[in-house]
Ligand binder design. Structure first.
Ligand code: SF4
Length: 368
């Protein structure tokens, strides 16, 4: 899971290298008290980090598996426990309007507060895998050493190792680097508002615009907190892009897509990029992959209301390029996660000079 970059970290002595089950590692583990909980009777605690609001008995963990009650106090069990560390193109998050062409140090832990039947990362979100302790200071060192634009908290749900993300994001911000969250958006308002001042950009999953989908397919959660996270992130000045995994028969009807694009356009604006992603069978779901024709139809339907629409996980469809909403010509042509043509100048279309919404300067132009 760690791969080449983690090996490099190892060589650099930036990482504690003992396995998850190892006794030495356990001694070195940093265990932090959770910031959002209240004690209850009989040594139980109530966690207030996400809308699940788990009430946790002594020696037990919350639904996300990242928060554990020890002696009537709640601890962030996965603080600094990285399951994955890699340098990724920013396009992989996906963020297409945020310093395109740059590399970002990407980290994740284990566990998740949702239980999506179609989870594409279920090995780390729902199972136990080995982890390595990496301090926030080491994440900063590594991001600087390898010229990353900053750090993306990704792979599994970042809010469930909230204290670590907060500590690391503060240090990264101090260094003038960027913080990016790739999240399901299922978090309570107070912790979200504490973290947002340090966050530059988010890609937030909207798994469906229907509450019943979240309740039935994602493990008994609700839609509204996700929509609230999207609105608050935008309101607080973060760059926001959205992702919707299109699953045949479950969230792909023209009516549902219409409701989704209407909500985006009316509540947060038509300049928010929307990434539709092709579903493939995974974890507990064995429906067939999303038909390409469905994705093409959704792409054209969404462009009626939104300025920037993309299709991911389907190289057969030409849905990766950024087009100027005014003259309709390609301003960024992508191939995989790379960029083959770039025709933006100071955030404006190189053909007709119209504004293209996003945060563009510096990195891409430096690379040219
Ligand atoms: S963060 Fe985890 S422990 Fe806390 S309420 Fe959510 S699922 Fe439960």
């Amino acid at each position: 899971m760690f791969g080449l970059l983690c090996q490099q970290l190892w060589w650099d002595n930036l990482v504690c290298t003992k396995g998850y089950e190892g006794s030495i590692e356990k001694e070195r583990r940093i265990v932090k008290e959770s910031r959002y909980y209240t004690p209850k009777e009989n040594n139980r605690v109530a966690c207030h980090l996400c809308p699940r609001e788990c009430v946790i008995n002594e020696s037990k963990a919350g639904i996300c598996r990242g928060r554990v009650n020890h002696g009537g106090k709640l601890y962030a069990q996965t603080y600094g426990e990285c399951s994955s560390v890699a340098m990724d193109p920013i396009e992989k998050k996906p963020l297409y309007h945020f310093y395109p062409g740059s590399q970002i140090l990407s980290i994740g832990t284990t566990g998740c507060n949702l239980k999506c039947q179609f989870c594409q990362n279920w090995h780390i979100s729902q199972e136990s895998v080995s982890t390595h302790q990496v301090s926030p200071e080491d994440i900063v060192k590594y991001a600087k050493k390898y010229n990353a634009i900053g750090v993306a908290y990704t792979y599994n749900e970042p809010f469930i190792w909230y204290e670590y993300v907060l500590d690391t994001a503060k240090m990264i911000k101090q260094e003038g680097l960027k913080n990016v969250l790739v999240t399901n958006g299922y978090v309570n308002e107070q912790p979200l508002l504490e973290l947002l001042p340090y966050i530059d950009a988010l890609n937030i999953d909207v798994k469906s615009i229907e509450d019943g989908f979240y309740q039935e397919i994602c493990g008994g959660v609700r839609l509204n907190p996700v929509l609230n996270t999207i609105k608050l992130s935008k309101k607080n000045g973060c760059w926001v892009e959205l992702t919707n995994l299109v699953i045949p028969t479950l969230n792909d009807s023209p009516l549902q897509i219409n409701n989704l694009i209407n909500w985006i356009s009316e509540e947060i604006g038509d300049s928010v990029p929307l990434h539709f992603s092709r579903y493939f069978p995974n974890y507990k779901m064995n429906l067939p992959p999303t038909p390409l024709a469905t994705l093409e139809q959704i792409y054209h339907q969404s462009l009626q209301r939104l300025k920037y629409v993309y299709i991911g996980n389907a190289c057969e469809i030409n849905g990766d390029n950024t087009c100027c909403p005014m003259c309709n010509r390609i301003v960024i042509k992508r191939k995989g996660y790379g960029i083959s043509q770039y025709n933006l100048k100071d955030g404006r279309c190189g053909w007709c000079n119209s504004e293209i919404n996003g945060q563009w300067e510096k990195y891409m132009e430096t690379d040219k």
